[in-house]
Write a protein that binds this ligand. Structure first.
Ligand code: TXA
Ligand code: MG
Length: 347
């Protein structure tokens, strides 16, 4: 085991926070069976205590320690997609601390695919947490390592920017290959309710349908849903993943005209585009700052948060994002951008 991993294990055992890379985004982790350690995550993020955390497991074999009445669908999905960017919401097992589930009767679990995350989880399982030995519960609770509502970090430097010294250690695994958070699928409801997609991600509805033979219900992308209930998925809040600079989406055809008009009124913008070569179609030399991401959904997702973070630092009045192509492959990225635009500017 590397020195860093050994240190990470000791810190987790001592109830400290350790940030680590996953294939999606960086997480800020604590021993999921240690309520005092979990409480530190909420403090570090400024996150409301009724928002549940995802428990990261060393392998699918740990699933039924954390969840009860695990349906066959969960085992099938675990087999197909773990390690990988799919989180399953299941009924929580009796010993699971309420701190990690936001007091709910369900628990979110996933096995991440990043080699460093897996090495950490396996090393922790071997070493034995101080608390988990009692209940047989081994897992690392880890939300994305950003301040509540802000842009998720996709490299180690972004974690430090977001959380300062709150993490005793940041394991550096380079940039995250997926770049947006895991797909969340709710399997906690009894028959006849179908599985329900709570957050779109790299694992698509269609891929899930291929494994289960049923298309999950999609409850994302609607506003005002579950108005009577507290938000179960903080990523489902209308405003999330947001830069501090105001941000708006503009259709591709309208982009040159819109940017010319901004320039004419003396406003410098930061532009995130995918189809146009920088500055195409503008009538005058532009003062605007440009970032271009590939017009391909996986590559766009990989670069999205770093691009938003860079544009947010540009000191402009407005971030302008070119509307995305239409189609199911863009669902997850479109969801993040819509919420980012909604929460932007509210520093
Ligand atoms: O890709 C990811 O999922 C990353 C990496 C670090 O694993 N984690 C992540 O965590 O995005 P977080 O906390 O930023 O978002 C997890 C979402 C939250 O919106 C939370 O409300 C939801 O999962 N969640 C966790 N447990 C839940 C539960 N029991 N019921 C409903 N939603 C749950
Ligand atoms: Mg998050």
């Amino acid at each position: 085991m590397s020195r860093d991993l050994a240190l990470a294990v000791r810190l987790l055992q001592a109830g400290e926070l350790v940030a680590f890379p996953t294939e999606t985004v960086y997480g800020i982790g604590a021993d999921a069976a240690n309520p005092a350690a979990v409480a530190r995550i909420f403090a570090a993020k400024g996150r409301p205590a009724d928002h549940p955390l995802i428990v990261h497991l060393p392998g699918a074999g740990h699933l039924d320690r954390w969840a009860r009445d695990v349906p066959a669908a969960a085992w099938e999905l675990a087999e197909a997609f773990w390690p990988g960017p799919l989180t399953l919401i299941l009924k929580r097992a009796p010993g699971v601390p309420g701190a990690v589930t936001g007091g709910q009767d369900t628990v979110g679990v996933r096995v991440p695919a990043h080699p460093l995350a897996l090495a950490l989880l396996r090393a922790y399982a071997q070493a034995g947490g101080v608390v988990w030995e009692k209940e047989g519960l081994c897992g690392i609770a880890a939300p994305s390592a950003n301040r509540f509502g802000r842009i998720s970090p996709t490299c180690a430097a972004h974690v430090r920017e977001e959380l300062g010294d709150a993490a005793a250690l940041v394991l550096d695994g380079g940039p995250c290959p997926v770049g947006i958070e895991s797909t969340i699928l709710d399997l906690s409801r009894d028959d006849p309710y179908p599985p329900r997609l709570l957050r779109p991600g790299h694992v698509s509805l269609e891929q899930i349908e291929t494994v289960l033979g049923v298309l999950p219900e999609a409850v994302v992308g609607q506003t005002g849903q579950n108005v009577q209930e507290p938000p179960r998925v903080s990523g489902s809040l209308d405003a999330h993943y947001a830069p501090t600079t105001p941000m708006r989406m503009v259709a591709s055809q309208r982009l040159p005209g819109f940017l010319d008009a901004q320039r004419d009124s003396g406003r410098r913008c930061a532009v995130l585009c995918h189809s146009q070569p920088p500055q195409a179609g503008l009538s005058k030399p532009s003062l605007h700052l440009w970032q271009r991401l590939p017009a391909q959904p996986e590559a766009y997702a990989r670069g999205l948060y770093a691009a938003l973070r860079a544009l947010d630092k540009a000191g402009v009045e407005l971030i302008v994002v070119e509307d995305l192509p239409v189609g199911p492959a863009w669902t997850a990225v479109a969801d993040r951008l819509r919420r980012a635009a909604c929460g932007a500017g509210g520093a």
